[in-house]
Design a protein around this ligand. Structure first.
Ligand SMILES: Cc1ncc(COP(=O)(O)O)c(C=O)c1O
Length: 341
């Protein structure tokens, strides 16, 4: 089983050459913000986590369009105007990966209220947009992917739709996830499972959750305050294509303990088996057969080995490095992007 130490070590950021900031490529070390940035004080930001895989078709951004569209939806929910289209952001992400010379990496776009005004009305603060990428091994560790992780149901409940917006991937909302994550790690587990405000199973701190019970794959629904995971959509599609019945419904905490298999999915964590919940062994205490099958089918999809899921891959072509079409000359130390607009 994965150790807590391994899970911590796998979160280190590895610098690359360039970061995309408001339409320009700037050196990694110059991609800084003012200490009075609004988002730093009030959490007024929305972000995405995307992966680019070294696929059979070349480096490919997994479901780039879906991620950028969710980013724009999150921004809209928090009244943030974004001066870039989804297509422009997708192109910027591809170009960033190409310019950094990476074949596989994690991509982190963020839209945030910047420097210029303070107070709880964010409307006068500028909206800044950046995209960074770096090489990031699997979030919960190779060992966790292989042999499964131990999870603990958190004493913290997932944010309620009465107070915040579970559908948005918003920076300030993640204090909830941080509390749950720290609690679980201090207690010696790799991940937390949060219940929703009604006490039903919701999700992990950065992953959706599923169980296999009675031969059926069951996962909490949108009414359970989940984030609408893009990996979740992919796993549900793959599972259905493999002939499994997939249901979205309320799951009681004890149903997890009694399940035949439990697993989680997310961009950072990918598909990870959960072999213990609150010290109850799940099934045999080893990653289950269906979990393994889905893990392998997902791995084929992200690496371009499955013809039917190739549309999920946005291939980074050398063309993404072609001469930029921007009008303005690039300021010193930066390269103008083709993606503004
Ligand atoms: C709270 C939360 N739930 C679920 C997920 C999984 O979503 P996705 O598969 O889109 O990465 C994430 C990760 O983005 C998350 O932060």
């Amino acid at each position: 089983m994965a150790s807590v130490r391994e899970a911590v070590e796998s979160a280190v950021v590895e610098p690359t050459d360039l970061i995309w900031m408001n339409g320009e490529f700037v050196a990694w070390e110059d991609a800084t913000v003012h200490v009075l940035t609004h988002g730093l004080h009030y959490g007024t930001g929305v972000f995405e986590g995307i992966r680019c895989y070294d696929s059979e078709l070349g480096p490919a951004v997994f479901r780039n369009a879906e991620h950028m569209e969710r980013l724009l939806r999150s921004a809209e929910l928090y009244y943030m105007p974004v001066p870039y289209s989804s297509e422009a952001l997708q192109a910027a992400a591809r170009e960033l990966v190409a310019r950094n010379g990476l074949r596989s990496c994690y991509i982190r776009p963020i839209v945030y209220r910047g420097y210029g005004s303070m107070g709880l009305n964010p409307m006068d603060a500028p909206t800044d947009v950046t995209i960074a990428c770096w090489e990031w091994a699997t979030y919960l560790g190779e060992e966790g992917m292989r042999n499964g992780i131990r999870a603990k149901v958190s004493s913290w409940r997932r944010i309620s739709p009465d107070s915040l917006i579970p559908h948005a991937k918003a920076s300030g909302q993640y204090l909830n996830n941080v509390l749950a994550k720290v609690e679980s790690m201090k207690a010696g587990y790799q991940e937390a499972i949060l219940l929703d405000d009604h006490g039903h199973v919701c999700e992990g701190t950065g992953e959706n959750i599923y169980m296999l019970a009675g031969g059926e794959i069951v996962t909490p629904g949108h009414h359970n305050s989940i984030l609408d995971g893009i990996t979740r959509r992919s796993i549900m599609q793959i599972a259905a294509d493999l002939g499994y019945q997939v249901s979205e419904r309320n799951i009681a905490r004890a149903e997890l303990y009694l399940a035949d298999e439990v697993f989680m999915s997310g961009t950072a964590a990918e598909l990870v088996p959960v072999v213990e919940v609150d010290d109850h062994k799940i099934g045999t205490g080893q990653p289950g057969e269906v979990t393994r099958l889905l893990q392998s089918a997902f791995d084929d999809a992200i690496h371009g080995r499955s013809e039917c899921y190739r549309e999920w891959l946005d291939v980074v072509h050398p063309v993404d490095l072609e001469t930029p079409a921007g009008d303005a000359p690039a300021p010193a130390g930066s390269v103008q992007t083709t993606a503004a607009g």
